[in-house]
Design a protein around this ligand. Structure first.
Ligand code: NAI
Length: 359
């Protein structure tokens, strides 16, 4: 594995590998950019088959965090941590060893929750380092589990996308397919159902699927059929790279608006969606609600009402991207990338451009 030659390497500032043999921790932290401030981004726990898969994920996710934080106008750069292993294998020792790895970077990287980690895990990490956010908070204060805040931003962004592409203000009777019913997908389904959307849902965990069907009257769909449902909106809220050359020809939705990071397998897939007449809400723009909460909690002093007000700016940001993409005849993903790259460049460091951003 040649790190510097990997397709996802984008002049990342730093990649740190950490191993704590006694407790079995194998982790890495990728810092893409600190041009705008300390690199902030969650910690993912996942049983990667190969080290190179974990590195590629950390590289891709950390660059996404640079773009996300830049477009959310947060004073933070982009970073991401991955712990290699099953989420059920997390122990106090492993989380604390991970915390020491975060601490060794002396604040250049701030961690929080992601797939496979919880608020309780971050509390454990906080026992050994102050460079952590997404901790339990008193009500009224900014912070806590970012999942519901991400869901709120996705919900508001989805409504903006529906208005732009379908010309509809109300979600009443709108058909929405949601892939993944975890920390974000579940609260998103609740918000959608409360406004009258009709849900088709899939999750690899039968209990998560059963809960949404029972509580919200959603229709269960097999995991391998959720992407190709004949619906108005598809909301990918599981893992990344679900939109690729194999899945895109089978998509029936006219809007894609979901929480998952890195939904496009390759930059060209944004072009394919545009050609198919599908409006894609760039993932790192629509799913910024969680990092807005995490960032304001970390800085201190903000209230949950202030965080909500910031999340409520996501729809306007998306609409600006949709309008510019239409005007310029470019994919929404390429427009968002360009805006993020321009902001990072203006802050003093010019990240290597990706093909989509140069197009
Ligand atoms: P989670 O781990 O709580 O939930 C993910 C759900 O997807 C799980 O219930 C899992 O069983 C399901 N799943 C996995 N593979 C699946 C498949 N092939 N088909 C159907 N379901 C599948 O994760 P969370 O926090 O809900 O995050 C979801 C996505 O949103 C991730 O890509 C994450 O990176 C992204 N995201 C999350 C944020 C947050 O605040 N939690 C913030 C921004 C992005």
């Amino acid at each position: 594995m040649d790190l510097f030659e990997m397709p996802d390497f984008d002049a990342h500032e730093q990649v740190v590998f950490g191993c704590d043999a006694p407790c079995g921790l194998r982790a890495l932290i990728a810092i893409h950019s600190t041009a705008l401030g300390p690199a902030a981004g969650g910690c993912r726990v996942w049983p990667y088959a190969r080290l190179s898969d974990a590195v590629a994920d950390a590289l891709r996710l950390s660059r996404g965090m640079s773009y996300k934080n830049a477009l959310a106008e947060l004073p933070f750069g982009g970073g991401k941590a991955v712990i290699i292993g099953e989420a059920r294998g997390k122990t106090r020792e492993r989380l604390e060893a991970f915390g020491r790895l975060v601490d060794s970077l002396a604040g250049r990287y701030v961690t929080a929750e992601d797939v496979g980690t919880t608020t309780a895990d971050m509390e454990q990490v906080a026992c050994v380092t102050p460079f952590v956010s997404g901790l339990a908070r008193e009500s009224g204060q900014a912070g806590g589990d970012p999942g519901p805040k991400t869901a709120l931003g996705v919900f508001l962004g989805l409504k903006a996308a529906v208005r732009f592409r379908l010309g509809r203000v109300s979600l009443e009777g709108l058909e929405v397919a949601v892939q993944g019913l975890g920390g974000v997908g579940y609260p998103l389904c609740r918000l959608l159902a409360a406004e009258g959307a009709r849900l088709r849902v899939a999750d690899a965990r039968p209990a998560a699927l059963e809960r949404v069907c029972r509580e919200l009257g959603a229709q269960a769909v097999a995991c391998d059929a959720i992407l190709s449902q004949e619906v108005d909106v598809l909301a990918p809220c599981a893992l990344g790279a679900v939109l690729d050359e194999r899945s895109i020809p089978g998509l029936r939705a006219r809007v894609i608006a979901g929480a998952a990071n890195n939904q496009l397998a390759r930059p060209e897939d944004g072009e394919a969606l545009m050609r198919a007449g599908i409006l894609y809400a760039p993932d790192y723009v629509i799913n910024a609600g969680g990092i807005i909460s995490v960032a304001r909690e970390y800085q201190g002093g903000a209230t949950s009402a202030q965080v909500r007000a910031e999340i409520e700016r996501i729809p306007a940001r998306l609409t600006e991207i949709f309008e510019r993409a239409r005007r310029e005849g470019r994919p929404t993903s390429a427009v968002a990338d360009q805006m993020a790259i321009d902001r990072l460049a203006a802050a003093g460091r010019r990240p290597m451009q990706r093909a989509s951003a140069c197009a």
